[in-house]
Design a protein around this ligand. Sequence first.
Ligand SMILES: NC(=O)c1ccc[n+]([C@@H]2O[C@H](COP(=O)([O-])OP(=O)(O)OC[C@H]3O[C@@H](n4cnc5c(N)ncnc54)[C@H](OP(=O)(O)O)[C@@H]3O)[C@@H](O)[C@H]2O)c1
Length: 155
Amino acid sequence: MQQVDLTQPIDPAKVMTELVTNLLAPIHLGGLFVKHLQEQSVAALVNVSSGLAFTPLASVPVYCATKAAMHSFSVSQRHQLRDTSVRVFEIIPPAVGTNLGHQDNYDNSKDQLMPMDDFINAVIDALQTDTYEAAIGAAEYLRQQRDAVFSQINP
Ligand SMILES: NC(=O)c1ccc[n+]([C@@H]2O[C@H](COP(=O)([O-])OP(=O)(O)OC[C@H]3O[C@@H](n4cnc5c(N)ncnc54)[C@H](OP(=O)(O)O)[C@@H]3O)[C@@H](O)[C@H]2O)c1
């Protein structure tokens, strides 16, 4: 989740690292498993995007673009696999208290970060209820109210 100043020339190598980690890797991983998964009676691919796929945080533009792409890819992957045993989930997290390094984006206020236990419980619930596009906590707000939220998170 790299800060990228778009008013300055960018470092393509830095951008590529983020593209490969966030987008190419999950696409590749799905491809490596998909034949095996289709041989199972029930199977699932679980992709992780972000609430920022829907409303970008402008200071981390490449990260947000990869997550928007991950959302789009998940829709297509789910459609292509619709007649197989493989379910395709997209988990759409809010800001969760992990090591992602985004605390600075939240004024160091842990109050704005969803506790890990609550997040995990919500994800398990989504998997158990076949909620294929699961916007967790505040991510639903980022998904539904894009214009209003954009100005809030990008002052
Ligand atoms: N935390 C949030 O608020 C939040 C919000 C929305 C979406 N997400 C998404 O949730 C997912 C998990 O993030 P997190 O919050 O758990 O972050 P995290 O605590 O920083 O964990 C990231 C994980 O990715 C691994 N990783 C990073 N770069 C890698 C690479 N090049 N090759 C292989 N593994 C690599 C790290 O491995 P090492 O431990 O070996 O370094 C680590 O296990 C990410 O897709 C993130 O975008 C998180």
